[in-house]
Design a protein around this ligand. Structure first.
Ligand code: 3PG
Length: 348
């Protein structure tokens, strides 16, 4: 049995980063597949338009769609995954316990970039494919990073003289999808942009954006009036940004974190901000020591109440629809382009 399903068109001003999907595609499914269940589990729900679009794609392909939203306890997710074949999440924690409880699970798609919230080893051990949707919410995060720079340079929108971004140097720590968009937008604001990413070996990538690559993380921090963090949280990066790097930054420098709180060494950050009363920190992921830092540093510190980098209708729709398409693509055709736990032998 088959039918034609028309997917909505999407406009993306930085199209090279986002996967473009065909305007319409033929999706085939069998009667048996109709019994499969896909769970959309979002402690922080998607915008309604995104949920509607995802449901249309999944139900249109013959899957039963169930939702668990705004849940507060991990046990609720553990109970909800019991009989599902596919799982779509955001920053929701997919632990070994969740994977153990999900006896029929075949695929988890993290609608977003970072997948540090999924226990990859446990998923791989159970042959569950884990994917992300790279690039789909990057523009929203990049816009927030620039907004955060302006917010801090204008004294958190309180009376008093601030600073302009034009003419200042912004350092981009990791030149992936978000880092590149921050760089391009910062160039448009007249900023000098430098970057460090040991995994980008093609210099043309920097040259095309008018960005100066530097040779080390130390060099990056020492030259950045604003430092925009875009590194993932891994065993190598956790607590890697601390006292020494922060102390090396220029006078009046601002650290902007739209990445992960785990990459910050909070003790080192606090020590640097105590010693250097000119340093500022703004973050989209509240530190563990949030209330102390707010009390200690006042105008030099700000943390959003809940992570909001990807909280735009556009990012929700882009990432949510991509996730739904990837679930269908994997279950119907074995498509695994964005699988992050591929076995060495099944790289298609
Ligand atoms: C990501 O990794 O894509 C961002 O941190 C967004 O996370 P969220 O979906 O929880 O807002």
């Amino acid at each position: 049995m088959g039918f034609t399903y028309h997917l909505p068109t999407r406009h993306n001003p930085f199209g090279d980063d986002v996967i473009e999907w065909e305007q319409s595609e033929m999706i085939y499914f069998t009667e048996e597949k109709k019994n499969m269940k896909i769970l959309i589990a979002t402690e922080k729900p998607f915008a309604k338009k995104a949920v509607d679009g995802m449901t249309e794609i999944l139900a249109g392909a013959g899957y039963e769609v169930v939702r668990l939203e705004k849940y507060t306890e991990p046990e609720e997710l553990i109970a909800a995954v019991a009989d599902v074949d596919g799982l779509i999440i955001r920053s929701d924690k997919v632990t070994a316990e969740v994977l153990d409880a999900a006896k029929n699970l075949k695929v988890v798609v993290r609608a977003g970039a970072g997948y540090d919230n999924v226990n990859l080893a446990a998923a791989s051990a159970k042959d569950v494919a884990v994917m992300n949707t790279p690039g789909q919410n990057s523009n929203a995060v990049a816009e927030l990073a620039l907004g955060m720079m302006i917010y801090m340079s204008r004294n958190k929108f309180t009376p008093g003289t601030g600073f302009e971004l034009q003419g200042k140097t912004v350092g981009i720590h990791a030149y992936g999808n978000v880092g590149r968009l921050v760089a391009r937008k910062a160039k448009a604001l007249g900023m000098n942009v430098i970057a460090y990413d040991p995994f980008v070996t093609d210099r043309a990538l920097f040259d095309n954006d008018g960005v100066e690559p530097v040779g080390s993380v130390e060099e990056l921090y020492a030259a950045s009036d604003y430092l925009s963090l875009h590194i993932p949280a891994t065993e190598q990066t956790k607590k890697s940004i601390g006292y020494k790097l922060l102390m090396s930054m220029p006078k009046g420098a601002t650290l902007v974190n739209t990445a992960r709180k785990e990459v910050i060494d909070e003790v080192g950050l606090e020590a640097a901000m105590m010693e250097r009363t000119d340093l500022k920190y703004i973050t989209d992921i509240a530190p563990d020591d949030n209330s102390t830092m707010a009390a200690l540093f006042g105008a030099r510190f700000f943390a959003t109440p809940k992570k909001m980098g990807a909280e735009t209708a556009e990012a929700n729709i882009n990432a949510g629809l991509a996730a739904a398409r990837q679930v269908v693509g994997y279950l119907e055709r074995g498509e695994n382009r964005f699988q992050v736990n591929k076995k060495p032998c099944d790289c298609k």
